[in-house]
Design a protein around this ligand. Sequence first.
Ligand code: FAD
Length: 479
Amino acid sequence: MSRIYDVAVIGAGVVGMSILRELTRYRLKVCSLEKMEDVAEGASKANSGIVHAGYDPIEGTKKARFNVEGNNIFADVCNELDVEYKMIGSLVVAFDDYEINVLEELLQRGKRNGVKGLEIKSQEWVFENEPNLSRNIKAALFAPYSGITNPYKLTVALFENAIQNGADVIFRFEVCKIEKDGDYFVVHSADSRFIKTRVLINCAGVHADEISKMAGAKLFKIYPRRGQYYILDKPEKMPVARVIFQVPTEKGKGILVTPTVDGNVLVGPNSEYIDSKDDTATTQEGLDEVFEKARKVLPSLSKRDVITIFSGIRATPDTHDFIIEEDEDVKNFINVAGIESPGLTASLAIGRYIAELVSRKLNAKRNLNFNPYREDIKRFSKLSDEEKERMIKLYPSFGNIVCRCELVSEYEIVEAIKRGARTIDGIKRRTRAGMGRCQGGFCTPRVIDILSRELGVSKTQITKFGKGSYILTEKRWGK
Ligand SMILES: Cc1cc2nc3c(=O)[nH]c(=O)nc-3n(C[C@H](O)[C@H](O)[C@H](O)COP(=O)(O)OP(=O)(O)OC[C@H]3O[C@@H](n4cnc5c(N)ncnc54)[C@H](O)[C@@H]3O)c2cc1C
């Protein structure tokens, strides 16, 4: 296989997909190279999903700039892409005078970063508006423009819209060698495929330092920093209405408690440097730390409500800021690296910035056929009874419920496959089948059946997330 592109983006996380989508606004031949079987397999699938206001990053940094710019455009882009985004606001809570001083610093920094609406609220205000929080809280910084979204659904939506507008995404393409051939980069995969491209953009998350080195570009180091979480069952009444942070420390923004856009409660993350860049294990020690610290804020928190645990790995750079620049020595090689938090928030603004930079470099014309809109899959759980009936008449599989916890129909699973899902996790992230209380105990075999039928492959070939993660090992009896 050999293909020639104007621009190739390495990595199909939220940053890579945002850049890819923005590039399709121009008349350019563009692609993304992703080593896994699907988009959002790195940090973009395992984070807090917070759209940060922008009071936390130090003023003058790229983090501060792209955080605030990203926050400003988040609602509009989610609207175009039919992705859930709720601007529920956030509180940073302080327990003593020292922490109240930190709130004041954050308020001033936020103002310098251009964050609107920040206010320090009294203890009375906090208890009136968040009655379940600890009575030991003395004050809180309120950021009305903080919000929540679903990070992997956003990544999927950016991917689908980029494809709709003519981009290619090449999966199972693990970049292992980069050479120059005249004006082109020749990018090789571990399984001996290659593509050629005029501009190469490095969005490889925790592995971005290795890619930069491969291209002979700037040397920097990415340290993997893991964060562990609990997800709680959907409560009858949300214990918190906003994102509740504790005061940040040198280790990061601290452990938060927040509603998710899907109606669960998310608690975490801690912060621990680890040796392996891909070690997403959870540990008893890490989870205990998360629980204890979160309970300080929300005393009613109970482990009985936990339905699952997970961890994500931050790509922490040794430069202490996002690395977003064309390399000084390797022309047309652009690093978009070290995108740790607030990278989800920043991703949409980074996408615009990089696409404009590249379009100027290549003197690219506008793509007049660019369509910014993408429609989400119709969800059984979201429709009224009349709408359900109408859909079932049109598509009988809409009435066949596969995941009973989250009320996901067969129609939604088939639609997810048509749009690119190839694995159990791909279905889960697009439809929520397997994300409910039983965590896939009942629906996983049925999802395997549907994947096998729709893809025309044996059930033993279906994987959880690609790369040999098979679920069934052999056929013993029956069909
Ligand atoms: C615990 C945690 C909490 C966070 N919370 C928030 C938050 O609340 N709000 C916020 O704004 N941000 C948050 N972030 C940050 C946010 O998740 C990241 O900034 C964002 O997801 C980074 O996206 P990315 O595309 O750069 O990287 P990734 O999503 O990691 O994508 C990188 C991709 O590159 C691929 N890749 C790697 N090497 C190769 C190769 N050799 N060849 C081909 N492909 C390759 C990987 O498979 C992966 O798909 C959090 C991060 C973590 C870990």
